[in-house]
Design a binder for this molecule. Structure first.
Ligand SMILES: C[S@@+](CC[C@H](N)C(=O)[O-])C[C@H]1O[C@@H](n2cnc3c(N)ncnc32)[C@H](O)[C@@H]1O
Length: 229
């Protein structure tokens, strides 16, 4: 119900693209019950991002996390937010007044950036919007565009553990959020090549995975690299 409302007209290349940016913002505010800023502040902290770094936000939507990351990397760092939805990107641009924070239309599974471009890649609540068959490729792309030693933070909805909450969330948001397989994120990150993996929950809403792209001479030897953060 909610999903159908937010998606709007289908996107030709991205079935999970959200078309109604303003409605998404309203529902995010309500859905996080006033805790969105605090929660996203925790994501910024978990990413370990530092002033001067170059950050990519994959599936950036309206740019909420990208803007918070931009406050942290200022004045010399940059943040690029990427999302296939034109309306989301327009909303993000219209609501961003921070130098060094830009937005561009694009797909997680085919990122338009050279290898080793970014210090940090973040993605929040977007992996379950990527078609299942393309998720592994999307995480490989995050790995590719990070520099050796760069860090990834993947955060997604944690399905509610209570039976009642699960029953309610199904009709409201569709089956994806009821069964979102967040336990597969860490294996996907490992398969992409990330080391130093650790994962956890920001209860009640989010599950996260952090990892590091090993230095070139550490790959192949299976050395994980230092833990993120
Ligand atoms: C629930 S929103 C999350 C937006 C934002 N990251 C946040 O935390 O508010 C999911 C986003 O993923 C985007 N999306 C859908 N398919 C995608 C794909 N293939 N690659 C990247 N992003 C995608 C949607 O358009 C939408 O903006």
């Amino acid at each position: 119900m909610l999903g159908r409302l937010l998606h709007g007209r289908p996107h030709p290349g991205a079935p999970g693209a959200i078309g109604h940016a303003r409605a998404y913002e309203v529902f995010s505010g309500l859905g996080f019950a006033g805790r969105r800023r605090r929660l996203y502040g925790q994501l910024v902290a978990l990413s370990g991002v530092r002033p001067g770094e170059h950050v990519l936000d994959v599936g950036c939507g309206t740019g909420y996390l990208a803007r918070m990351m931009a406050e942290t990397v200022a004045p010399d760092g940059t943040v690029l937010g990427v999302d296939p939805s034109g309306p989301m990107i327009r909303y993000a641009r219209d609501h961003t007044r921070l130098g060094g924070c830009t937005f561009s239309e694009g797909f997680a599974e085919d990122l338009d950036a050279p290898d080793g471009t970014f210090d940090v890649v973040v993605t929040s609540l977007a992996v379950h919007h990527i078609p299942e068959a393309k998720r592994a490729q999307a995480i490989k792309e995050m790995f590719r565009v990070l520099r050796p030693g760069g860090r990834v933070l993947i955060a997604d909805y944690r399905p509610p553990s209570g039976r009642l909450a699960r029953r309610l969330i199904g009709p409201l948001s569709g089956p994806v959020m009821r069964h979102n397989p967040v336990h597969l994120l860490e294996p996907l990150a490992r398969e992409a090549g990330f080391g130093g993996l650790n994962s956890g929950d920001l209860r009640p809403f989010l599950h996260f995975v952090r990892g590091v792209k090993p230095a070139a001479d550490e790959r192949g030897r299976g050395v994980a690299g230092e833990a993120a953060g």
